[in-house]
Design a protein around this ligand. Structure first.
Ligand code: WQD
Length: 325
């Protein structure tokens, strides 16, 4: 049985689907604080909170857990600056509870949802695994602290891990079975689609004078189904005895904010309002991943890198919320 902590959320639910498709038995552990029961469409469900160690012990008692994947973290960068305690408690301290119970149960394989936010401002592009890690916000700090905890546990104990550092996760299941719940994101694509369905008046473009071809920021948008595939490959890698390691996950190709907004208009066929705004603090002009290592070692090959495919899948999911606004 594979334990998916935070499996009722956006990324976790896609991993649950992919693991199930590939023959794994799963159990989702989620407190439903932002996750949705409706997204637990595969495997078993156990409602529990990582802040309550007895609830973690219970899920390990009820199921024979072989490996753990962990997605139950807060992820809003701005909120992490305003309320760091919330982030350190949940993203770090609660993860230690999980590790404690894993050790009590001799479960030694762990896949961690890390982030490009661990790198901070890029010193060079594309960003490979050798790039220095120097986060510029508490959210990124929490992810880096857990990476360091895992490194030390792996050296000291019978514990192996893979940390997957996503760049800009996006899109939704191509069969429309899961996606990002409306209102739970502060990211560009869902907010733009909110503008398209009229759930917000406009989309602001944060900065139009960056040193990029069209003046707007460039990001490496990686489809959530490609991320899901990387997790399954990472799990198989650990099951086959692979050593603890970290991998950057992106397409190696960037799209500008303007390109994303234009594609949203094309795909939705809705001409929503777009307003240039000031730069947002802490936004580097360009973030691009170098994922050669994941391709070589995990044999990962992202498939849904085309912006139109990404946007269509996100829209196909997002437009259902039209009725609710
Ligand atoms: C993308 C681009 C914005 C909203 C964040 C985290 C990162 C990772 C992924 C989790 C930027 C611009 C956005 C809007 C805009 N999170 N934008 N108008 O900041 O690249 O990455 O999510 O691991 O750690 O920092 O993603 O989607 O917020 O922004 O112009 O209303 O869109 O300025 O250039 P970001 P994003």
């Amino acid at each position: 049985m594979i334990l998916i902590v935070g499996g009722a959320g956006y990324i976790g639910s896609h991993i649950n689907k992919e693991l199930t498709k590939q023959g794994f038995k799963t159990v989702v552990f989620d407190n439903l604080s932002s996750g949705k029961k409706e997204l637990v469409k595969w495997g078993e469900f156990f409602q529990g909170d990582l802040g309550n160690i007895e609830e973690i012990r219970k899920v390990f008692k009820d199921y024979q857990i072989e490996a753990v994947l962990h997605f139950a973290a807060f992820k809003a960068v701005g909120e992490s600056v305003a309320d760091p305690q919330k982030y350190y408690l949940n993203n770090v301290s609660n993860t230690l509870n999980l590790f404690k119970v894993m050790r009590e149960n001799k479960v030694n394989k762990f896949i961690f949802s890390s982030s490009a936010a661990t790198f901070g401002n890029p010193q060079y592009i594309p960003i490979d695994e050798k790039h220095p890690q120097s986060p510029i916000n508490p959210y990124g700090e929490t992810k880096l602290i857990v990476e360091h905890i895992m490194r030390d546990y792996s050296a000291a104990y019978d514990f192996r891990y893979v940390a997957l550092r996503y760049f800009n996760a996006c899109g939704a299941d191509l069969e429309g079975e899961t996606g990002e719940w409306q209102g739970s994101s502060s990211n560009l694509i869902p907010l733009t689609l909110d503008a398209a369905i009229g759930a917000r008046e406009e989309i602001g473009i944060f900065g139009t004078d960056y040193p990029t071809p069209d003046g707007t920021c460039i990001r490496d948008y990686i489809h959530v189904t490609d991320l899901a595939e990387a997790h399954v490959l990472a799990l198989k890698y650990l099951m086959e005895g692979g050593a603890s390691d970290c991998f950057n996950l992106g397409n190696g190709k960037g799209f500008s904010v303007k390109e994303v907004v234009d594609m949203a208009k094309k795909v939705t066929e809705i001409d929503f309002k777009v307003t240039p705004k000031d730069r947002r603090a802490g936004d580097p002009p360009e973030l691009i991943a170098d994922s050669k290592k994941a391709k070589e070692i995990l044999k990962w090959e992202p498939k849904y890198f085309d912006l139109e495919t990404i946007m269509k899948s996100a829209w196909n999911w997002h437009k259902q919320f039209k009725k609710t606004v």
